[in-house]
Design a protein around this ligand. Structure first.
Ligand code: MD6
Ligand code: FE
Length: 216
């Protein structure tokens, strides 16, 4: 049962609807930063940034790593989730508690309760790098949402339609913003425009994106 009057004078967690089941949660990650940034450093130490090759033979401009039980990988044979880092043969670093806590909090705010991510893809953008329009369809259950955290330099996120030809909306994302999407918006095309060089006070000349999924 809701008790509307009790919190009537408190501001709601800010959220911007960009689809029926897609939201930007501005600044949602900021309270987690003190724990989040050292945790990212530890993951990168164990599983360093690398640029992967797409099935089409192109090297991605964005560098990536993963944490959690499953990690997203790409090579000439295709895209897949793997329990091990192909570079080391070892399991990916475990998902830190602060990662899961943030992802669950954001999913709850967006109306997806009980989100339990088993994969976190970590992308690193440098000035000039971009991510072409794509769908996220390598996961088993499209009923599960995706939670995406932006850190460091700002970016323009392209939020497209259900087909590649659909019209895209440009969504500015800044340090600490979180996007959550699922349900009817789960397979929307999306991408990131080439990053401008606007160094960030904490993270310098990079944007780091954490994308949480329930992949397996
Ligand atoms: C990025 N994100 O923001 C790339 N995919 O760096 C994605 O490709 C993405 O942010 C699915 C859901 C949210 C995302
Ligand atoms: Fe994606």
């Amino acid at each position: 049962m809701q008790t509307p009057d009790l919190f009537a004078d408190q501001p709601l967690d800010p959220h911007i609807a960009i689809g029926a089941q897609a939201f930007v949660l501005p600044g949602c990650a900021l309270p987690y930063l003190d724990a989040l940034l050292p945790a990212i450093d530890a993951i990168v130490e164990a599983a360093p940034w690398r640029q992967m090759v797409t099935p089409g033979g192109f090297t991605m401009s964005v560098a990536l790593t993963n944490c959690g039980a499953l990690g997203w990988t790409s090579d000439r044979r295709g895209y897949r989730y793997s329990a091990t880092d192909p570079q080391s043969g070892q399991a990916w670093p475990a998902m830190p508690a602060v990662f899961s806590a943030l992802a669950q909090h954001a999913a709850n705010l967006a109306g997806f309760s009980h989100f339990q991510p088993d994969a976190c893809l970590i992308n690193r953008y440098r000035p000039g790098t971009k991510l072409s329009l794509h769908q996220d369809r390598d996961e088993r259950d499209y009923g599960q949402p995706i939670v995406s955290v932006s850190l460091g330099m700002p970016a323009i996120f392209l939020f497209g339609g259900q087909t590649r030809a659909g019209k895209s909306t440009k969504i500015p994302l800044k340090h600490g913003d979180v996007m959550v999407w699922g349900g009817v918006d789960r397979l929307r095309f999306h991408g990131v425009l080439p990053l401008e060089d606007q160094p960030h006070p904490l993270l310098g000349g990079q944007r780091i994106n954490l994308t949480f999924r329930k992949a397996g």
